[in-house]
Design a protein around this ligand. Sequence first.
Ligand code: TXA
Ligand code: MG
Length: 339
Amino acid sequence: MIYRVDEDTLRKAAELLCAGELVAVPTETVYGLGGDAFNAGALAKIFDVKKRPRFDPLIVHIAETGTLERLGDLSLLEKANREKAALLTGRFWPGPLTLVLPRRPEVPALVSSGLPTVALRFPSHPAAQKLISYSTGAVAAPSANSFGRLSPTRPEHVEADLGGSIAMILDGGPCRIGVESTVLDLTGELPRILRPGGLPREEIEALIGKTAQTPREGEQGARLSPGMLKSHYAPRTTLILHSGKEMAELPFRQNEAYLFFDRTSMESWLAGVFPAQNLRAGEGIFYLSENGDTVEAAGRFFGILHHVDGLGKTRIHAEEAPPEGLGAAINDRLIRAAA
Ligand code: TXA
Ligand code: MG
């Protein structure tokens, strides 16, 4: 059931969390499937409801920077990284940045799939913050979708996928950022982005300097983030990823869908394939951004993919985003969706 966020529903949701139940919670990135991070039963439920393998660790959400010290042990970091952690939380929390830190023994190992680390995030969505502080102060929440499926950016996406198996879905509106948080590991020598996300690499590096390259699947280091499986964020419809040039040359087929990065590339393609007609995006032809803005494109990304996936087309052709800013996060998800 979907409940509008207000003081009453937040209190009710917090009670459910304290009782070990699961609640879908809006954040600025995507909707999360929340459970008390200190309750092993609730954690087990999260894995079961999502059908998520137990080797794929969860992010713990907090609502005060100070809670970080209760869950993560900064004293085990190299001094330089301890300083970087302070800079990062000072500048980017609350917000779409998850930090991987050494885990304190009080945090159940199940949260981290037995890893010696824990991933922490302080979301900026006010409903998430209230829910966390009204409950236990530490809420484990993966994206509220079945394992490997598209992430939810609206409460209806959660309902359609997991509605039958969770106690409550809080409706906090559409997610502002639209792609998951950037996961940054501070436990190595150099900070390493394990998952590109809602905070661009450029902004992180402007604050703390160079980060290590994200390992590719199968490369050494890839196992550090066991959740980064190749096929992920997948629509049911086959998705094919194209460069802008390839996309421009595709023929139109009625039973296929076309997802352009921006309006200009869609319009020039339409002018080419329908030269005799007026420019018009027919059903199954979409663009992510009006003016080639990666922030706008990220905000619309999952919503459009959910919609296109429901059209019953045989294939989705998607154009890659420019690699800068949130384009990196969009391309990461497109690559996984196409795998
Ligand atoms: O924006 C987000 O991060 C959303 C919202 C709900 O906050 N959450 C989210 O969670 O995307 P999830 O479970 O879908 O993705 C968590 C990612 C996975 O790739 C997982 O492998 C990685 O974070 N992760 C979690 N704990 C980790 C750890 N201790 N070490 C390395 N990677 C970790
Ligand atoms: Mg996810």
